[in-house]
Design a protein around this ligand. Structure first.
Ligand code: F3S
Length: 275
């Protein structure tokens, strides 16, 4: 059996930086260490850090003053930064620079009078964070249907993307937006690591009998990889660890492709390959 592993599988730059930030604090014994929400969408990594004493909190008030708090790669709203400072916590900001760039962009454009549209999932922490930088006034669309209710107008509109959406979704939605708004400013803020990963997985999926996508259950970029590959390879499976591998008849399978979401550590990928 041939196993083709995507070169782009696993930790992206932003996630790797966030995990490193926590590990550095652990090494320097900077306890207590908090993360605002799970540091990455991967249960194995979050559990491992918890066993070393890292506390995951969802409310800044759960932290004690003088503790270190790590902001994950998804970023947060300005209100959260203020709460952290007001509480006297030491900020360790691991917001991915690509996400930070979107924060600056929507802040600047909303100050210039643009209506902001974010293409993405309104419940995803990254999108909630971005929206905070334009006073929570952005219109958020995840499907073409979501923009049907928008009235065409001459107003200045600026559209940005959640970093992990597919190019296909971006093109579909912005094509419709262009028909409604003459003054549309487009910023394709899809992360290049994401598009590279999606393109590579798609290419592999076209040429294998079975495709395995490894990643956390709540990882949206993992789900998107699965959706893309499923279009080309019927036997596409999304798993979190090697224990979730499906009971397929491997005698019928000659080529297996593997890719993994941005929050999947190398050791989880290695275990799947071995099994
Ligand atoms: Fe950043 Fe792209 Fe990863 S936006 S967190 S490098 S997927």
């Amino acid at each position: 059996m041939e196993i083709i592993v995507a070169k782009s599988a696993g930790f992206c730059f932003g996630v790797s930086n966030a995990v490193k930030t926590v590990n550095n604090l652990l090494e320097k014994q900077k306890e207590p260490i908090y993360t605002y929400g799970p540091i990455i969408h991967n249960t194995q990594v979050v559990d491992l850090l918890a066993s070393k004493g890292v506390k995951k909190i969802n409310d800044i008030d759960q932290a004690t003053p003088n503790g270190h708090i790590v902001i994950r790669a998804h970023g947060v709203t300005p209100e959260i930064y203020k709460k952290i400072l007001d509480k006297g916590l030491i900020l360790e900001d691991a917001t991915c620079p690509y996400v930070k760039k979107i924060h600056n962009l929507v802040r600047e454009k909303s100050e210039e009078g643009y209506k902001i549209i974010i293409v993405g999932d309104k419940n995803h922490p990254e999108v909630i964070g971005i929206n905070g930088w334009c006073n929570n006034k952005a219109y958020i669309a995840d499907t073409v249907e979501d923009i049907e209710g928008l009235e065409p107008s001459d107003e200045k509109v600026c559209v940005v993307a959640q970093t992990t959406i597919t190019k296909e979704k971006w093109v579909k939605i912005t094509t419709e937006l262009k028909k409604k708004f003459k003054n549309l400013l487009e910023f394709d803020t899809i992360c290049s690591a994401t598009s590279r990963r999606q393109n590579e997985a798609e290419e592999i999926a076209k040429h294998v009998d079975m495709m395995i996508i490894i990643g956390g259950k709540s990882s949206s970029n993992t789900q998107k990889l699965y959706d893309i590959c499923k279009k080309h390879c019927n036997l596409t499976y999304k798993i979190e660890t090697s224990g979730d591998l499906p009971p397929v008849d491997i005698k019928k399978i000659k080529k297996v492709g593997i890719s993994a979401g941005a929050s999947t550590p190398d050791w989880v990928i290695e275990e799947v390959i071995k099994k």
